[in-house]
Design a protein around this ligand. Structure first.
Ligand SMILES: [Fe+2]
Length: 371
């Protein structure tokens, strides 16, 4: 399967992954052939991108660290609790549900701890915050496991990560959703979400550890002291909050938003790496990046030989040397017999660049004309 931005989707393409609303409703099921009315509707709904099947990638399975079912149910839990906090302020959270979702995520990530993260979820789209909270939780738990955390530590980390942005529900909507530039007063307003989050979670101190509340309080603090609300530095910031800060930044970078396309994973890797000498904890950033594929399965890459292919497997130890199924030669001509090249065994061959979806679409349409 291949990720295609909504502007490059054409009638006749086949959907490879179902599209869900944040309530967990299936809007379009996998396997369906996209028609013009479907595409128009998806654009109206603000779906930024989707996964399609094509002849080059076929049914290439992309492993995920958690199942679709656990992901969707966690998104629904976050949505319900967050929405109630927004409406009623007091007693909005359902601690039992949040804890259950956190445990389910921990169980699955523990089971799949050797699977790399290939993509974060784009299948629920209609409210960024809810899917983002779940992604940040998954990425944080994966990092906690790699750091050798025990179950209790993972649990507090997971709850804090899932609720890190709950304070945003108390920020006035017109400020939170303002499309243009924020005034200094509005910035101050948004920045208060950390304290709000701390206060909300603290109301449930019999249910959640105070550390979870501190994750919400400190997730915008930066390792070099440039963050807020208290400009804490280095180890003054709780380790859980340092993990969540990295997961939060990564997921925000790769997310497709209505107003801009997400960064490709290798670009987000570079940005995190650059930030790891300043804003982010350098040691934790290293651990984090080891679990996230630089060239996720399904990426289209051009090698230094000029040949173009699709990543079909990644070796965790040698991330920059994936297994590539070669599909086009260096002249862009479709190979009659595609073959796989394991770059850990061909040391003079390396990935030179990752192609954007538009470049891939162009390539496919021009070579199918030739064929
Ligand atoms: Fe935040």
């Amino acid at each position: 399967m291949r990720k295609v931005s909504i502007d490059s989707v054409e009638p006749g393409m086949i959907l490879a992954r179902s599209i869900y609303s944040a309530e967990g409703r299936t809007l379009l099921g996998a396997g369906i052939t996209l028609s013009t009315p479907f595409i128009t509707r998806l654009k109206e709904l603000g779906v930024p991108a989707l996964f399609i099947k094509d002849q080059t990638t076929g049914d290439l399975p992309v492993p995920d660290v958690i199942s679709e079912q656990v992901r969707l149910s966690a998104v629904k839990t976050v949505r319900d609790s967050f929405t109630r906090v927004q409406l009623y302020h007091e007693n909005g959270l359902d601690p039992a549900e949040v804890k259950e979702a956190a445990s389910a995520i921990i169980d699955e990530v523990l089971r799949n701890r050797h699977v790399m993260v290939h993509m974060t979820d784009i299948r629920t789209f209609d409210d960024y915050t809810f899917g983002h909270s779940v992604n940040v939780c998954v990425l944080s738990v994966l990092t906690g496991i790699a750091m050798g955390y025990n179950e209790l530590q993972l649990f507090d980390l997971a709850c804090g990560a899932m609720l890190h942005d709950i304070g945003k529900m108390l920020v006035p909507l017109e400020v939170l959703n303002k499309p243009g530039r924020l005034t200094p007063e509005e910035f101050t307003e948004i920045r208060r979400h950390c304290e709000f989050g701390f206060e909300i979670i603290r109301q449930y101190k019999d249910q959640f550890s105070l550390l979870a509340a501190h994750v919400a309080y400190q997730h915008q603090e930066r390792f070099d002291g440039s963050g807020y609300p208290r400009a804490l530095k280095g180890n003054e910031i709780h380790e859980y909050a340092r993990i969540v800060a990295i997961a939060d930044m990564y997921d925000a970078l790769v997310a497709d938003r209505v107003y801009r396309k997400g960064y490709l994973p290798y670009q987000a890797h570079e940005i995190i790496l650059a930030a790891s000498s300043r804003e982010l904890d350098p040691a934790i950033s290293q651990i984090f990046l080891q679990s996230i594929a630089i060239y996720p399965i399904g990426s289209t890459v051009q090698l230094n030989t000029g040949d173009i292919g699709v990543v079909v497997d990644v070796n965790k130890i040698h991330q920059s040397r994936p297994v590539v199924r070669l599909i086009y030669d260096h002249r862009g001509k479709l190979l009659s017999h595609p073959y796989e090249l394991d770059l850990t065994r061909h040391l003079t061959v390396f990935v030179e660049k990752v192609l954007f979806e538009e470049q891939v679409s162009q390539l496919i349409s021009s070579s199918s004309v030739e064929a």
